[in-house]
Write a protein that binds this ligand. Structure first.
Ligand SMILES: Cc1ncc(COP(=O)(O)O)c(C=O)c1O
Length: 376
């Protein structure tokens, strides 16, 4: 039987909430939108939340609200999902990469300052795999150079650093709600900020540029349809109400993996970095040895052949064909990202993965490593 890479966790409560909305005439821009945004802002601890149709839309609207556009540069990490840098490019600005810290896999603060130019407007750190970036240092750099911070918190709902939640460090932040995330609305995203003006601009941009008190056919600015329907919001409200339970379930799965894999000398097994309380998004082990990493793709294939879904999170952003074509990046430009990317194995990870299933994954992984890495 297949063990999947990720699965949503939908209970009867979510189904009932969605069905209840379907019995009303308010399928979009209705009360569930406001209820979801209020609950989300309260949970994260920020003044305003603006729900949108994806994490990508959320990040893109952050760029527009902060007036980041052609001629501007935003410093980010090349070890992330493509949407982090796409959101910068969608706004017409240039993503400038700083390599990652090999321990945290987040942008290395020591490499940021060298990338700052007169065109730099913002830093976009990503909480990779749910682990917050080093904001102690990043906030100081941003302050010193008068740069905005836009947090890509798409993978980090419920994580915190030194007791402060992911999504509260930047001027703005965006969360993603795709079904593989901690909670889901099917598709969706949420922008967070303490700034009413920025929140109002985002709310207008997501709704065809309509203003607060204006009519349906009055448009204050060029806008988009990035709305999140009340059907999605009803799902999100119930999912968010379960976040503590969801976080605990995911912590348990991570703990099983840690217990079963930590003694394997061939692997680097993730743990909570100091000061972090991780709300686990995925569980990604790495092959310790560079020679072993050459066999990573074979290992992924062998796992899949044995009905265990795994993945290579993440492939370096700067080496994606369209990035190479546009900016001329080449192998070797960001060596830490490149070597980490070659070594990763994302294991099945979701709320309801059982201890027995976790044990099957670990046993299979060890057998596949024995076969593909003899003598390592
Ligand atoms: C780091 C990161 N940024 C942005 C996104 C984009 O979110 P969405 O898929 O909702 O557009 C994702 C989603 O997978 C992500 O992992």
């Amino acid at each position: 039987m297949q063990i999947y890479l990720s699965r949503p966790d939908i209970t009867q409560k979510e189904i009932d909430a969605v069905c209840a909305v379907l019995r009303t005439p308010s399928l979009s821009l209705g009360p569930k939108l406001t209820e979801f945004e209020t609950a989300f802002a309260k949970y994260i601890g920020r003044k305003r939340a603006v729900a949108v149709n994806s994490g990508t839309s959320g990040l893109f609207l952050c760029m527009l609200a902060l007036e980041i556009g052609p001629g501007d540069e935003v410093i980010t990490t090349p070890f992330t999902f493509i949407a982090s840098s796409n959101s910068i490019m969608m706004a017409g600005a240039k993503p400038v990469f700083a390599d990652i810290d090999p321990l945290t896999l987040n942008i290395d603060p020591a490499k940021i300052e060298a990338k700052i130019t007169g065109k730099t407007k913002a830093i976009l750190p990503v909480a990779i795999f749910g682990s917050p970036a080093n904001f102690d240092k990043i906030c100081k750099i941003a302050q010193k150079h008068k740069l905005k911070i836009i947090e890509d918190s798409c993978e980090a709902l419920g994580s915190s650093l030194n007791g402060k939640k992911a999504g509260t460090f930047g001027t703005m932040s965006a969360f993603g709600l795709y079904p593989n995330k901690q909670i889901t609305t099917g598709e969706g995203g949420v922008i967070l900020t303490d700034d009413d003006y920025l929140a109002d601009v985002c709310a207008s941009l997501r709704n065809q540029g309509r203003g607060k008190g204006g009519g349906w056919l009055e448009h204050e600015r060029l806008g988009y349809n990035f709305r999140l329907s009340d059907i999605n919001c009803a799902l999100g409200i119930v999912q968010l109400s379960r976040i503590d339970e969801i976080k605990a379930k995911r912590k348990q799965v991570a703990k099983w993996y840690q217990e079963m894999l930590s003694s394997d000398k061939r692997l680097i097994v993730p743990a909570d970095p100091p000061g972090c309380d991780i709300s686990w998004f995925v569980f990604v082990v790495r092959l310790k040895d560079a020679a072993a990493a050459q066999h990573r793709d074979k290992i992924l294939e062998a796992m899949k052949k044995r009905d265990i879904q795994v993945s290579n999170y993440f492939s370096p952003v700067h080496l994606q064909p369209f990035m190479v074509e546009k900016f001329g990046y080449k192998p070797g430009d960001f060596p830490v990202t490149e070597s980490v990317s070659k070594s990763t194995i994302a294991l099945p990870f979701y709320n309801n993965l059982t201890k027995d299933q976790t044990a099957i994954v670990c046993k299979t992984l060890k057998e596949v490593l024995d076969k593909n890495l003899p003598g390592v």
